[in-house]
Design a protein around this ligand. Structure first.
Ligand code: SAH
Length: 388
């Protein structure tokens, strides 16, 4: 079967040569393909440069699947899904929830698949993957044997593709609550309404790392359903978890109870206000976690985001007892690791604190970074020790 062809500019070809799988609309010279089609990509001199998913709405017009002349069909998806799943098995993750497919970094651009126990929760973030969902569902059933597959196709980025925001069961049955285990902690996950696909799976390894340093009095800010608080609580005397969402706080309390962690307290507060209030009261903590939502969702928001990061890091460093640990994160990919490190350094100077970097970390290994795609490196996590 012959596929439609999309012709790109020499600048587009240059991007592909440099390993980037996205071609912007401004580099498309000619296309008669329908949105969502899998297409053959040709260079300005007519040479085939590869196969891609085409979108007729997004600024990202093409997402490369291969750099070969061979059409990209079911066999390619099957092989890539198989490899992605086998890689996660090889990681021997100590949890029943993890990411199976991380888009570009698994050479399946704009597809996310997460495992929650016996169930899969996926997201189709482009027209091309959205159109292939029946095929991808079949392949996932064959390769991963889930009891059910849920499509959490409600992220706003789908609007950029002209796709609806919707949530559908694609296979089997998916319950309202799924119990999963991460290390020693069990969670009840709401796959239909939880943030992202239910949990912040990308922080799993940072929680494990942080637990090595945690002690004394812990402050876990932006706690969601208690990810860091619960993983660190066994090492601490007292834990205060804060999130602005009442629902999240209710879940932290339930999760703490279910796991028999009686030293966890949760409060629904704005972290910016509460850090100021704790400082005014002269409180001290031995371990603090800062895991805010992405402050910079786009480039224009970067300056404001940097001042937000500076403020919470400054206040946290003041609240931290000498010898204490700060686990500080940024999941804004528009803020580079270097820029984030500069902000923390300037917070340390203003807090009159000498601070050592103990670990420099990123998103978990099941969310790998594609070396040539800076956009896939989004989560930065520093483990810092306040000296003195
Ligand atoms: N640390 C969590 C993930 C945090 S996600 C984990 O390990 O799983 C970010 C959380 O910050 C969300 O739950 C959101 O409700 C909360 N949040 C956003 N703005 C906030 C604010 N100003 N004050 C307190 N919580 C906030």
């Amino acid at each position: 079967m012959s596929q439609p062809t999309v012709v790109i500019s020499s600048r587009g070809e240059e991007r592909i040569r440099n390993g980037h799988p996205w071609i912007y609309r401004s580099d498309v010279a000619k296309s008669d393909a329908e949105g969502g089609a899998t297409v053959t990509v040709a260079g300005s001199r007519g040479r085939t440069v590869g196969q891609a998913l085409y979108s007729d709405r997004s600024e990202i017009a093409l997402r490369m699947l291969t750099r070969s002349a061979e059409p990209a069909g079911r066999d390619l998806w099957r092989a890539r899904l198989e490899r992605a799943i086998a890689f996660r098995e090889a990681l021997r993750i100590d949890a029943t929830a993890c990411r199976l497919v991380h888009g570009e970094a698994d050479l399946m651009p704009s597809l996310v698949v997460d495992r929650y126990g016996d169930y899969l929760v996926l997201q189709a973030l482009s027209q091309g993957v959205d159109r292939l969902l029946p095929q991808i569902t079949e392949l996932l059933v064959e390769l991963a044997h889930p009891a059910g597959i849920l499509a959490r196709n409600d992220p706003r980025v789908r609007l950029l593709e002209g796709l609806e925001q919707r949530v559908d069961v694609l296979h089997g049955e998916v319950p309202e609550v799924i119990e999963v285990r991460e290390g020693r902690v069990t969670y009840h996950v709401d796959p239909y309404r939880g943030q992202k696909t239910g949990l912040f799976l990308d922080q799993r390894e940072n929680r494990v790392a942080a637990a090595q340093y945690a002690r004394g009095r812990l402050l876990d800010t932006f706690s969601y359903n208690g990810g860091f608080a619960l993983a660190l609580a066994p090492a601490c005397e007292e834990v205060l978890a804060i999130d602005i969402s009442e629902d999240a706080v209710a879940r932290i309390r339930q999760n703490a109870e279910r796991n028999g962690l009686a030293n966890v307290q949760a409060r629904a507060m704005n972290v910016f206000d509460e850090l100021r209030e704790l400082e005014r009261r002269g409180e001290r903590f031995d371990t603090i976690v800062l895991d805010p939502p992405a402050f910079a969702k786009n480039k224009a928001a970067v300056p404001k985001a940097l001042s937000g990061y500076k403020e919470i890091n400054l206040r946290a460093l003041k609240l931290l007892a000498p010898g204490g640990f700060l686990i500080t994160c940024s999941c804004s990919y528009n803020v580079s690791e270097g820029a984030f490190a500069d902000v923390i350094a300037s917070a340390a100077v203003d807090a009159h604190a000498d601070v050592a970097v103990v670990e420099k970390r990123m998103q978990g290994r099941d969310h790998p970074v594609l070396l040539t795609v800076p956009e896939t490196f989004y989560l930065k996590c520093f483990i810092l020790r306040k000296l003195g």
